[in-house]
Structures are given as C-alpha cells and as structure tokens.
Design a protein around this ligand. Structure first.
Ligand code: PMP
Length: 290
C-alpha cells in the first residue's frame, strides 16, 4: 500500500512521524474519508468543503487549495490497487514541544493520506438490515468538526459491537428548553421514516454534516420523496416505521432492530429499498459524468 506523507508517496511501512506530533499528543487535527468509485473520488468538492470547515473550526490554515488536493488525491488513487477505494486524509497541527497552546510561530502541519479497498455492504446486510443500540451522546458541542480526537465515538461505537450490533444511535439528554433528541450515529448519520416521510436531524453543531446525508436529501428532493429536516425526539426513533443509517463507506443501511426490539416490521422497509436503489443510480450517473 502506498501512502502520502508530507509531500511524498511511500510504502506504508516507511512512513514515520514524530512522537511529538500534536495529533499523537493532543488529538489536535482533523480528517476526511472520501470514497472512490472506478478510480474517481466521489463528491470531492463537497469533501474538500467540509475539510475547510473542519480546519477553520480548529483554526488551522488549509495547507492546499482544492486543485492541489485533487492532484495529490488522484495520484494516490493511481498508485493504489482497486477500482473502488476509500481515502483517509488526516491533517494535524504538526510537531512541536508539548504545550496545549498553538505553536508560535506556527509549524508545518502533518499531512497524511492513505487508501484502503472499498467494498459495498454485502447483500445479506442489505436484506436483513443491521441492529443498533442507543446511548447518551456525551461528546462535545462541535460535532460538526471532523476531529481526529474520536475517543467518545470509539467508546460509543464499541457499545454497539459489544451488543453484537453495527451502530450506536446517540441521544442528547434533555436541555432546559427541550426533551431528549437524536443527533446521529457514533460513525454515521441517522434518518427516521414515519408515515412515508423521511425525517432528518438538522445540520447543526451537534452532528457531522454527512456527505451521504446531503446526497440522500438531494435524491429525496429530486424524486418527490417527502422529507422534513427538524429535531427528532428520542421517542420518535422508537416509534419509527424505518430507521436508516448513512455513511460514505456503508452508503445506506436499514436498522431493523433497536435496543433488542424490532424497528417497524423488523425488516428493511420500502423507503430503504427505494433510497438504496436511487443511491446506486445516483452514484453511477455521477461517476459516468465525471
Ligand atoms: N457522523 C459521524 C460521527 C461520522 O463519523 C460519519 C462518517 N463516518 C458520518 C456521520 C457520515 O458522514 P459521511 O456521509 O460524510 O461519511
């Protein structure tokens, strides 16, 4: 596997970074995960826009313009095997003497990128759906930043794995002004289906603005699927007809069991089937056009 590190392509075994890297010491950095189909990065402009948002959020200067990023990304794709890949792009605030405050003057950021094989979710998962558990969302208040500091997400996701499930759906505890509500999954966005309508939580500071989330809403708008973007009360996920999970690597999956109880009929529903097919069509059309 060939990776990219600070301006150079090299075998992953040769890649080395300092133990003083602020990513290692503080988790001081941001990342992106970009799917690649038929050797073309999918929704690259949108991923690079979200990267800019994350970098702005942690006050780190974007080390490259979009065309420079595209050049590096395309070379990494070309140097790795497989028509379908997913790229992991990671930027930290660089190597400096350990001190919480930013290095002054700033140091060069550490820029790392790697490619892994991407395979679509297996047919059994599409047919059966996956199970999920719920947990309190105990993360910080800037979940819109794709930060590499993922300890809460790691612990929350492990709760699902311990229960033999695929995902943990996160519930923000009640605030003074409102009751408990659903934000997203530990590593995915979550949609609710009720009475043939798709419900999506708003893209605010409490969730990662998913690239797949946007594609799903674009598809819904283009195909006359009714949808509403609004806060989703915790109770609504337990009363849902269907629950859907989206992410760049998992695409769209049906959640058919929640906390050990069936969601709706307990089988992937009509909205899942429709959106899954439309997502495949969308992907194919975008890749053909690019
Ligand atoms: N929320 C979180 C917390 C995530 O980690 C991810 C990505 N794995 C998503 C949502 C989905 O985002 P995307 O569709 O851009 O992959």
């Amino acid at each position: 596997m060939t990776i990219y590190l600070n301006g150079q392509f090299m075998p992953i075994e040769d890649a080395k970074i300092s133990v003083l890297d602020r990513g290692f010491i503080f988790g001081d950095g941001v990342y992106e995960v970009i799917p690649v189909y038929t050797r073309k990065a999918f929704r690259l402009a949108e991923h690079l826009r979200r990267l800019r948002h994350s970098l702005d959020g942690i006050r780190l200067v974007n080390p490259h313009g979009d065309s420079e990023w595209a050049g590096i990304i395309n070379e990494l794709i070309a140097r790795n095997p497989g028509e379908d890949q997913y790229l992991y792009l990671h930027i930290t605030r660089g190597v400096a003497k350990r001190d919480h405050a930013f290095p002054n003057p700033p140091v060069a950021p550490t820029i790392f990128m790697m490619s892994s094989p991407l395979s679509a979710p297996p047919a059994e998962l599409l047919q059966s759906g996956v199970c999920a558990v719920t947990a309190q969302d105990n993360r910080w208040l800037r979940c819109d930043i794709k930060a590499i500091a993922l300890l809460p997400n790691v612990l929350l996701r492990q709760m699902a794995v311990d229960a033999g499930c695929a995902e943990t759906i996160l519930i923000r505890a009640e605030s003074k002004s409102e009751g408990a509500f659903m934000t997203e999954g530990a590593a995915s966005n979550i949609f609710v289906v009720k009475d043939d309508k798709l419900l999506a939580p708003p893209k605010d500071n409490l969730m990662l603005p998913g690239i797949t989330y946007d594609v799903i809403l674009e598809i819904a708008a283009a195909h006359g699927i009714q949808y509403e973007v609004r806060r989703i009360a915790a109770a609504e996920i337990f009363a849902a007809d269907e629950l859907l999970l989206t992410s760049s690597t998992k695409e769209v999956l049906a959640i058919t069991q929640l906390d050990g109880k069936p969601v709706g009929t307990g089988k992937p529903g009509a909205m899942f089937a429709r959106l899954h097919q439309l997502y495949q069509d969308f992907k194919r059309d975008v890749m053909r056009a690019s």
